[in-house]
Structure formats: C-alpha cells, structure tokens
Design a protein around this ligand. Structure first.
Ligand code: GLU
Length: 449
C-alpha cells in the first residue's frame, strides 16, 4: 500500500522510525492511514492538534517478569505485557493473549486495533491489550494456575473496574480468567468487575462465551443481505481455528443454515464433507484439549491434513478466518478466489496480510475487517461491565438482542462512511473511518493529553 497524502505518509514515517522492529504494528497503522486518505483530503482539519501522531503512541506500555515454578520444581520465566493504548472513550479495555508468538509488536498491533474496534461498538470503552509468551499447551492445570497467579501479581496494580478491564483472547479462556480474577480479588481485597469473561456465578454475562462467533455470523448475515441480497443459508463455509471464536461461529452459521466443512488447529486441518459435527469437535478441543487430527480418527467422513494453511484450498462460498493474524496470505486469497469464494469475514484480528486484502478488494470480494466483524466479543464485555456496575444480570435474550443491534449498527456506520467518502461497500475503509472519527473527536475535545 502506498500513501499519496503527504501528511499521512509523514505520520507513517514517524511510526516506522520509532518502531522499526514491529512489523505487525506497522501493518495495522498502514491499514488505518490508507483508509483515512479520503477523509484527510476532505477535512484536513480533522488531524489538527496532532491527533494521528498521538493516536499511534500508546498512553502506557508495561512489560514485566512472570516467574513461576513448573511441575519438576524448575523455575520458568516468561514475559508479561499490558498496553493501555487509548482512553479517550472510556476505561482501557481489551483481552490477554497467552501464546508463544506474543511479542511487543503483536501486543501493540492488537492494542491499536482494539481502540477502533471498541469505538465501533458505540460503548464507552478505551483500547488496550496484553498477554504473555507463555504457551498453555501441554501444561498441567496447576502450572496454568501458578502462571496466572504470578502474572496477576504484577498486573493487578495497573487494572481496575474504572481503569482497565482485561478479558480473554487466544490461550485465555474461562479457566484462565478464573485463576486471574481470583488472584486479583485476593490481592486487592475487593470484588469488582475488573475483568470480563467471568463465570456466570461470579458476575459474568450470559452469551459472553458465544459473543465473538455469534457476532461474526450476525455481521456476515447483515452484510450479505444488505450488499448482495443473499444469506448464509445454503452456503458452504470454511472456518479456520477451533478455539472459542471458531466454535461459536460454526454453531451460529449452522443455525443460519450454512454448511461448515472445515476447521483447524496449529498442526493441521480437517475437511468433513458431511459438515462439521460440532459436539465432536468441542469434545476433542475443549473437553479433552487434544489435537484436531483426532476428529478424523473418530469420524469416517473427515480427512485430516497436516499444515493449517492448506485449509484455504477447500472450495467455499464464504471464508471466516478465526485462527490468528496474517493467516490469509496473498497465496491463500488467490486460492480462495480461484475456488469461487464471494465473501470473507475476519474472526481473528487482522486475519489478512495487506497484499491479501488489496487482492480480495480488486477481485470484488465482499470483505469485512476484524475491527467490525469480531467486535461482538468486546461488545458483550461492555455489557458485562454494565451489569456489574448495576449489580444486575440480564437474560440471555436481552444480551443477544443488544448484540444483534450492535452488529447491525457497526455495519450501518461502516457502510455510511464508505458511501460518504466515495467507495460505497468498501467496508475496510468504512469501518476504519467510523472507528477513527469517534476516537479523534473525543481526543480533540479533551485537549492535548
Ligand atoms: N480479545 C477479544 C478481542 O479481540 C475480546 C476483548 C474483550 O472482551 O475485552 O476483541
């Protein structure tokens, strides 16, 4: 991508100069600046007061040591991070990722993206992210608990219900949130909604677990209906991943009448012509915490292939990448288009490389970026915060109704911006602009802070 506007290319040079070793972060900044070109051309004043220069600089970024003792009595040392990116709209909010690929660059891109995603939800939430290079795979439950307790022994001083509210992400699910939240309450001698994704019995919200995957399908259905006069019903879908986002995307897509034929983990993927048996997948991945290859051992209609990238060679109408960043390369995008894909909705954050997105757009593929498509998770986190603040708990139906409305609003705002700035239906541009406008207005209103 090439920035024509001289001010925007200057801002990008600053980012490159300051963070030469953070490729994922630079990628997310370039995506945003490219989307903003038509806006800045039309309203150069929007970026007065150094709004963009301030936006690409996180308010705070802490890195800390996480030492713990493993099952053999050996000391292990991991790195912990929390980035508090932007608080113009509300308390910092965003998940924690535990995965061996976590680096400062990954945390920084996730925090930057989260700021605009949270803005799109329409809820008063700032942007944050955190995590560790700790790899939960193969660890005993006690090891995971000891790690989480050590991690929180530092993190607790930086967070709080009105300051910064972490949640889950890759490698951090209900179990880890429990260990983290338990340690937070102990250290602070307080029980408050300082985390979301909590157990239902401990102030969690109904539907939070399902929210990202369900929201992704609500967004897909709305987009297909509004832009193409179509529906998920009867379509063949490839959904990568087999974590929380993928599982509930598969469930909701099947409810909409789609046929989901594939799923993956970091080792490889399964293709099941008969359609994924969700109960079997959950039994293997959630209950047994085993590898996805096991699915093909137990289900005769399924074929397992080593290497997760191959999943994009399966013909489908709609692709939903729900594994991790940059899983859709240019080659994967080309394969998808060759095999007849018509739409792609990002369930994982920044699923596509910049080349892949550009190619999909050139080919006229309907595309919704993660900030808009996977915002359902953090949206229901926002609803969990409201319930905690009001000492109440809402029904499943109520949360689901609000989630649907939020996803429809995100589509509507993104579409409106895409039309206003001359590319109706370019939701990459529309979503980035809609997310940006709110944050930039709030920042200008608060003066130079
Ligand atoms: N990790 C999720 C995301 O990428 C959820 C964050 C949250 O609920 O705070 O949006």
């Amino acid at each position: 991508m090439h920035l024509k506007n001289s001010y925007l290319s200057e801002v990008y040079s600053i980012a490159k100069q300051k963070d030469p070793n953070k490729p994922e972060f630079l990628q997310s900044v370039l995506e945003m600046l490219t989307a903003l070109e038509p806006v800045i051309e039309k309203h150069p004043g929007l970026c007065k007061k150094g709004v963009l220069e301030r936006l690409i600089e996180p308010e705070r970024f802490v890195q800390f040591r996480v030492a713990w003792v493993d099952r053999n009595g050996d000391v292990q040392v991991n790195r912990g991070y929390r980035i508090q990116f932007n608080s113009a709209l509300g308390p910092y909010k965003g998940g924690l990722r535990f995965h061996r690929t976590v680096t400062p660059s990954v945390i920084k891109f996730l925090g930057f993206e989260q700021t605009f995603k949270n803005s799109l939800t329409g809820l008063p939430l700032g942007g944050a992210k955190g995590g560790s290079d700790f790899d939960p795979h193969g660890k005993t439950e006690t090891e995971v608990m000891l790690f989480c307790q050590s991690f929180m022994s530092e993190l607790f001083r930086h967070i709080g219900a009105s300051t910064d509210v972490p949640a889950g992400d890759i490698g951090v699910g209900n179990r880890e949130i429990g260990f983290l939240f338990g340690q937070y309450c102990r250290l602070r001698n307080i029980s408050e909604g300082a985390m979301t994704g909590k157990g239902i019995f401990a102030g969690g919200s109904l539907l939070r677990t399902e929210a990202t995957g369900y929201g992704l399908c609500y967004m897909a259905e709305e987009t297909l209906q509004q832009l193409c006069g179509q529906s998920l019903a009867g379509k063949t879908l490839v959904i990568s991943g087999s974590g929380n986002v993928a599982v509930y995307a598969i469930k909701k897509a099947q409810e909409f009448g789609a046929r989901v034929v594939a799923a993956s983990d970091s080792d490889g993927y399964i293709f099941d012509e008969e359609g994924i048996d969700l109960e079997l997948l959950r039994q293997i991945k959630e209950t047994e915490r085993a590898r996805i290859s096991e699915y093909a051992v137990r289900k005769p209609s399924a074929v397992y292939t080593e290497g997760s990238e191959g999943i994009w060679s399966i013909p489908c109408h709609v692709a939903m990448p729900c594994a991790t960043q940059n899983e859709i390369t240019l080659e994967a995008a080309e394969m998808l288009v060759r095999n007849g894909v018509t739409a792609l909705f990002e369930g994982s954050n920044m699923s596509c490389t910049l080349n892949a997105v550009r190619y999909l757009q050139q080919e006229g593929i309907t595309y919704v970026p993660a900030k808009a498509a996977n915002a359902g998770g953090v949206a229901v986190s926002g609803l969990e915060m409201s319930q905690n603040a009001g000492h109440s708990s809402w029904s499943y139906e109520k949360v689901d109704r609000i989630l649907k409305t939020i996803m429809k609003n995100i589509f509507a705002q993104s579409y409106e911006m895409s039309a206003q700035y001359g590319s109706p239906g370019n939701l990459l541009m529309g979503a980035n602009v809609a997310g940006f406008v709110k944050v930039s207005n709030a920042m200008r209103w608060q003066g130079v802070v």
